[in-house]
Design a binder for this molecule. Sequence first.
Ligand SMILES: *[C@@H]1O[C@H](CO)[C@@H](O)[C@H](O)[C@H]1NC(C)=O
Ligand SMILES: *[C@@H]1O[C@H](CO)[C@@H](O)[C@H](O)[C@H]1NC(C)=O
Ligand SMILES: *[C@@H]1O[C@H](CO)[C@@H](O)[C@H](O)[C@H]1NC(C)=O
Ligand SMILES: *[C@@H]1O[C@H](CO)[C@@H](O)[C@H](O)[C@H]1NC(C)=O
Ligand SMILES: *[C@@H]1O[C@H](CO)[C@@H](O)[C@H](O)[C@H]1NC(C)=O
Ligand SMILES: *[C@@H]1O[C@H](CO)[C@@H](O)[C@H](O)[C@H]1NC(C)=O
Length: 435
Amino acid sequence: MLACHRTELLGTAWVLLAGLLVPLQQAAEILEPLKSKVAAVGSSVLLPGLGNITQVYSMQWEYLNGTTSRTVLQYYRGSHSPAIHAPYTGRAVFHASNGSLLLEGVQESDSGIYKATVNMGDRESLKILLEVLKPVSPPQLRSSALMAQATGEVLCEVAEGRVDTITWKKDGQLLPPDRGFLLSSNRSVLYLRLAKKSDCGSYSCNASNGISWEETSLNVTVAGLSPPLQDVLRITVVAVVFAAVSAWGLIIPVCQSEKLRIRGELWRWLSAYTCWLVCIASVLAGAAGGLWMREEGASIAIILPEIALTYIMVVTFLVSTTVTFQPTNLTQLKSKAAQRTMGYAAPGGVVVVVLTSSFLIKNIHRRHEEGCTDFMDVTILTVSTAAVSALPLLAIFLCYHTTQGWLKERDTRWADMERSYEMSQRSSKDALSTH
Ligand SMILES: *[C@@H]1O[C@H](CO)[C@@H](O)[C@H](O)[C@H]1NC(C)=O
Ligand SMILES: *[C@@H]1O[C@H](CO)[C@@H](O)[C@H](O)[C@H]1NC(C)=O
Ligand SMILES: *[C@@H]1O[C@H](CO)[C@@H](O)[C@H](O)[C@H]1NC(C)=O
Ligand SMILES: *[C@@H]1O[C@H](CO)[C@@H](O)[C@H](O)[C@H]1NC(C)=O
Ligand SMILES: *[C@@H]1O[C@H](CO)[C@@H](O)[C@H](O)[C@H]1NC(C)=O
Ligand SMILES: *[C@@H]1O[C@H](CO)[C@@H](O)[C@H](O)[C@H]1NC(C)=O
């Protein structure tokens, strides 16, 4: 009892002494390097004490945050167990042999400075900065729609856990740290200025903090063709197919022998359909050229074909409406020049459409080469357009062949039929003799 009383007195004396020593002690503490520890949420952390404390009278652990402090535990030599204060009861274990403190199941709120002091204000003290961190969650990698020659970005975002560093890799090679920009504590962005083929590849983002790291990869592709240029390609392909099908409509009658040449109403339908196709093809090629100019700027190489296409558009439109709706009007066209214009409009149109389209496709392909995506698959578009546009042609030729067969069977009627065909044909033949 007396011993206890004496130790208490001694303690008071120490406190008084400590009061005197405070300025000195603070000066010492500032110079003291702060040890630090990092721990994951829920783990146990051992805060090392000051070593062998079998000779010391008392020891205390404090938690400091800001300006306030809070006692974690107090230990007096001789007492069996230390006094552990709330909120540490049940999760703090004190090792009396070496003065270390084991904190179990730490939470982020336990982050702060822990100070160990022996003999109450004795200059022998120790401070440990404890950081309790959540492990980082796997980063989310996103890229904007990357277009050749345009600026794009790859964004790395970490939803959970404090992030200390974010590093970038491309195809397994570490990128220089100045390539990535930290937008906020948990977001980093990689800018790709004037994106090009060499920017394609696998990008990895490694987010880490003191206790964990996570890495995510993303395959990045740079598209050579913007959506408007893809539209230009689609329209051009349809125009070329229409031109090719109408070319068949123009060539086949020429290849037939004079005697068996397609005549009469069927010939009129064939001419009308072919002319319509050329007209539509030139409208489409003109539209594609216009779209291209809007995207890539005007150039003489595209303006000239545009003018030619406009001319062909008008002529083929007039011819096809006339052939379709007023075939008799054709006979009234007496001028040789007008007849020639009409005769050359369709074949000329096919040539101009094909030339313009080749120019566009060549340039579109060049733009595509600046990216690394697959070339747009236009097979289905080509095949379906060809099938649909060739169907009326097939119908006309099928019709022609069945009538031919029917005619051969009835040789005797040939003359009559010939005469009647001649009559119906006379109306249009003169005007469109070049077909
Ligand atoms: C202190 O002692 C405990 C058990 O006696 C031991 O687990 C721990 O590692 C020791 N700490 C230091 C810093 O030596
Ligand atoms: C602590 O020190 C005392 C004497 O100073 C010694 O007897 C004891 O063995 C030491 N304990 C350890 C664990 O070193
Ligand atoms: C210090 O801890 C107390 C609770 O112990 C808390 O309310 C306060 O916000 C903390 N202050 C700082 C600056 O962390
Ligand atoms: C991290 O990013 C998410 C969005 O993904 C945001 O909700 C969160 O607040 C951010 N956390 C920090 C610490 O900035
Ligand atoms: C991610 O970063 C951490 C910390 O910088 C590093 O330890 C780890 O090895 C990196 N991971 C990969 C896959 O490079
Ligand atoms: C990226 O592409 C490569 C092949 O080019 C493939 O092996 C890999 O799985 C892809 N990675 C991702 C994240 O899609």
